[in-house]
Every structure is written in structure tokens, then in C-alpha cells.
Design a protein around this ligand. Sequence first.
Ligand SMILES: [Zn+2]
Length: 464
Amino acid sequence: MFTLSTAITIALGLGLSSTEVSAHRGCGGHEVAKRNPGGPVINSLAELRGFSKRQTTSTMDEASEAAISDPNQECTAYSYQPVVDVKSQFPTIWETASLVDGDTEASALFATINQTLNAKFPNATPKGTKAGDWSASASYNATDPDCWWTYKQCTTPAASLNIAADKTTVPEPETWGLAFDDGPNCSHNAFYDYLQNNGQKATMFYIGSNVLDWPLQAQRGHVDGHELCIHTWSHQYMTGMSNEEAFAELYYTQKAIKTVTGLTPTCWRPPFGDVDNRIRVIASGLNLTNYVWSDDSEDWRAFAAGSTVTEDDVTKNYQNVIAGVANGTYATHGPIVLTHEINNGTMQEFVSQYDSIKAAFKYIVPLASAFNITQPYAETNETYPDFMTYTNQSTSSSSSSSSTTSASGSNASGSSGSTTAASASKASGSTASDSKNSAASVSFGYSGVFASVALFIAGGAMLA
Ligand SMILES: [Zn+2]
């Protein structure tokens, strides 16, 4: 099996150019691949558009998909009929979203929000470009009237505007607000198994294009009891978009998650943290609360080809947050840490840090529970455990390797998933319930995926 560093060396050895796109200096954002690592190589936009013309696999339900342990098989593209049936009602995946022709419902809602926007910000224009080129905003007013996060990490709009502030920390002391961005990653089974075996739920900020691409993986996020939130349709800089584009990026991701899971999220996170008052008003019009973060693990950066950020740097970033408990930083609140399920490296890094986080923090909780949001979706029949309920349950379940205890109610697929995780752990000589160093030795068996990552990078460069 390749070690992580070996795999990266191989990728670089192929002479691939760096695909890391640095975010605006100092903004702590992150870049995302246009296709999940391990997925099929996409060589052209035409191939991207033809995502429904793929092979159909025999795995056509969530439980079966969740039981797959071979990452290459997990990332074998499939056609899921409920998605194929509604594909024409959505924008093209991985392209900037806009209102779909004939979508009167979306158009009517946008018209209402746009009226508010025009009243509040009559002269507002997009900042820079969707790719994060801010040169056109070089003359932006230094007083930061738009509360533009990317400019100076502003999270609290002027009170007179009556716009909700972004959430950057959780209100509970010595509590780690756990969230992962950029999923659903097609190869996430071993990682989700690991969370499940530890009775650990998280908030998952899903990309709409990934949800339609990997609907069964998105369903697993809900089945496992994670909180599902929105991370836009095409993962670009939101302040570089028109009102309509920004609306559509959120609206169609919300609709994609609703289509696939039956749930309408009420939370979102802007890619790269890039948000300003105009975008906040659009999100608010869709009933979305904005969660940014207090600390960036930089995991997204370390595992990108050509990156100067190392795995050790990411570990140090984690350790710095963990050290905050001992020095009193979290006496009255807890951090929200930017972490990802974007690739094996970022998932593995969290696993290697999990025992340290657990030892230092009193609780590790999904954001809904941290904020006592018991109805995180528009559907009022779907509930989520409040902080007290979640922490009581996770305390009892985390001491056992059994995953039958679920904060939001597990189902049959849980057992198949945990079986997969147990065998993965066994292969590396440890069990999920081992204390301390066990996490670091859990093997995900991703050697095959790295080859695909390298191939993807080659394909991705052609799309740029
Ligand atoms: Zn992201």
C-alpha cells in the first residue's frame, strides 16, 4: 500500500503542474476539485454535461452503496433514476448556476429577494470574478461597508442593516463544532464508517453538483445522522456572482438535497468564506444561516498537488486549536474548525487527530446540536438532538464500537457500514474501539484512489 507521502510523490513525479488555486491572500479559503478524487476522469465539459449517460451499477440503494469498501468501486459512476428524472430541472453540474428556463417557482422567489436587494443595495455590483480575481475591487472602500469576509474577515454587518451576523464559533464551552466541507465525496465510506463507529455526528456542507453526482453518498450523510447543509452549486466565489447566479447556486443546491434526501437545509457555508452583505441577504431569503469558522486546519491546502503546506502543518493547526482548551481560550465558547471530506488526506488527518480532540475537549458536536437547533430542516417532522440530548447520547455510544446508538435514529444501513469499517480497522491491526493511537493506524486502503487523483488532476487542468 502506498503511504500518503509516496502517493503525493508519485503524482508530482508525473510532472503535473500545480492545480492549487490560492485563495485571496489571508482569506483562509479553500479550493475544490471539480470532481471527487477517485471518480472517473473528466476530459471535457461535454463529458461533464453527459453525467446521466453513465454505466448503471447493480448498487442502486443507499445501504448497498454504503457497504462498499473498495474506494474505486465506491467511485464508479452510476445513474440513479430519481436524479435522472429531474436532471432537466437543475443547472448543469459544475457550471455556474442560473435560473432554469421555465422554473416559475424559483423565478418568483428570486424576484422577491431581488426586490429586497435592489432596495437595500441599489448600487451593488459583483466583486471581482467567480474565480477569485479581485483586481477589479482594488479600490474597495477600506471601511468595508459591505462587511466582506474575504477583505478583512468581517462577520457582523452594521446593525442598521438588520442582517444576521455569521456564526464563527459555537456557544458551548470547550466544545468543538464539527463540520466537513465539499462532500459528498464518492470515496467517503471508510471515513463515515469511522465516524459511525465512534458515535460521532457532524455537519456536512455538501456541494449541489456532488449531491446530484453521488446521490447515494448524500443519502448516507442523512442516514448516518449527520446534519446536511449547503456549500453552493459549483463551489466558486459568491461575491463575484450576479444576484441571480448567487441565488441559483444556493436555491438549486437546496433543491438537490431535498430531491435526494427529502430534506430542505437551512444552513450554508460560502466556499472560501467569500460572503458580503448582498450575498447574506440572498441566503437569508432562502432561510439559510451562514456558518463560517474560527480556525482553518488548512487540510484542503496540504493535500493539493504542489502545495507548500505540509501534512505536518495541518497537524500543527489541529494541535494549536486543541491547545486552546488548556490555555483557557475555550472557557466560554468553542471553535468551529474548517475541515474537509475532499480527499483521503483530509479525512485521514481528522481521524489521526480525533483522539487528541476528544481528550482535550469536553464535547465534539455537529453545529445544529451546538446551537440547540432541533429542527434544522424546513420539514418540521424531522428533528435533531439538542446539545444536552446529543452529548448524553454520544457519551454513551462513543465508549462502544457499536453504532446502534444514533442521535437522530439510525437505520439498517448502519450495520453494513460499520462492518466495513471494522474490517478496515482489522486489516491495519487495530479496532475502532481501541483507545488513543488506534485512530492514526486505521487504514482506509486508498492506494488505488491516489492513482485516480493524479489522473483527475490531469483532466482538471484541461478544464481550467
Ligand atoms: Zn469548500
